[in-house]
Ligand binder design. Structure first.
Ligand SMILES: NC(=O)c1ccc[n+]([C@@H]2O[C@H](COP(=O)([O-])OP(=O)(O)OC[C@H]3O[C@@H](n4cnc5c(N)ncnc54)[C@H](OP(=O)(O)O)[C@@H]3O)[C@@H](O)[C@H]2O)c1
Length: 269
């Protein structure tokens, strides 16, 4: 990769950001196509988000991925927001079109596409654990394909708001045994990133009849939850699949080129 004064810059902003695999994935795509782009990680603290987003415009940064904890707050600082991102209530992407900053959500495609590549989601019973930003994107994704949605969350209020916005049944974590009835189980909590995290749900509720999709990924790809699901012979999808599917769409938005999917996948665990 040759970097010059003409190289177009893309970045991921978050706190923390150094665990992110987005730079490796996007740079592999740029290199494969031989296009003059570079993708870096930028550590942005909560209190600096407004200035950081303004900096995208000032410095002419072409596109930005947004990760924790900025996905909701960043909505406030862009010039326009696409309709899906508005419904989800979060953006994970900013495209800079000649100084106009457009907020977009591609996370929901990161959930829809890996699932739809396996089966049709229509009328499937989907259980999502969690009710934060990732759960909202996942809810939008599965509802857009006609699934029956069930939300399990520690905080009932947050789950209630999500259910109101997307149409879902709501359960507390005391009712987690209901997960056994689901065709698809999605972990959208933040549990699993760290070695010593609890499982989002005990493996007694997982079976070989289910698809288990863990949105969380670790440096080596698989979380403990995925390992447990594999022991139960469930069909599994890791957070790497989500990272790729949402990243393919960002790649197209940032560069105008179709993503070289194999090259991007090859560099990930
Ligand atoms: N693979 C990808 O490309 C990709 C993309 C986006 C996100 N993600 C993953 O998705 C995860 C969630 O992101 P987010 O933005 O939705 O985070 P968030 O808005 O902070 O939501 C976190 C959710 O986890 C729940 N939770 C946290 N700790 C818990 C615990 N100890 N026990 C039970 N529930 C707990 C929270 O429950 P309460 O509501 O009760 O607090 C909340 O529902 C992130 O860790 C990230 O790794 C992956």
């Amino acid at each position: 990769m040759k970097i010059s004064a003409k190289t177009k810059i893309c970045a991921i902003i978050g706190d923390p950001v150094d665990h992110s695999l987005s730079p490796i994935m996007h740079n592999a795509g740029y290199e494969s196509l031989g296009i003059d782009f570079v993708f870096v990680g930028l550590h942005v603290k909560k209190e600096s988000l407004r200035e950081a987003v303004a900096g995208i415009r000032t410095l002419g940064i072409r596109g930005v991925s947004i990760t924790i904890p900025h996905k909701q707050e960043a909505l406030k600082y862009v010039d326009s927001i696409d309709k899906t991102a508005e419904k989800i209530g979060a953006i994970n992407t900013i495209v800079n079109n000649d100084g106009e900053l457009i907020g977009i959500n591609t996370d929901w495609m990161g959930v829809r596409d890996p699932l739809e590549n396996l089966i049709s989601i229509r009328n499937k019973r989907v259980g999502i654990i969690g009710a934060g930003g990732a759960a909202r994107a996942a809810s939008y994704a599965v509802k857009s394909k006609g699934a029956v949605l069930n939300i399990f969350n520690r905080t009932l209020d947050r789950a209630g708001k999500l259910a109101n916005d997307f149409g879902a049944n709501v359960f507390t974590l005391d009712e987690i045994a209901k997960l056994k009835e689901m065709d698809i189980v999605i972990n959208a909590t933040s549990l699993g990133l760290h070695e010593d995290d609890d499982l989002p749900v005990s493996n007694e509720y997982i079976s070989s009849n289910q698809i288990i999709f863990d949105l969380v990924y670790t440096k080596n790809g698989k979380t403990k939850f995925i390992e447990e699901a594999e022991k139960k012979k469930a069909i599994v999808l890791t957070g790497i699949e989500m990272l790729l599917a949402q990243g393919y769409e960002q790649f197209k938005l940032f560069t105008g080129h179709n993503p070289p999917k194999d090259a991007m996948r090859k560099v990930l665990p």
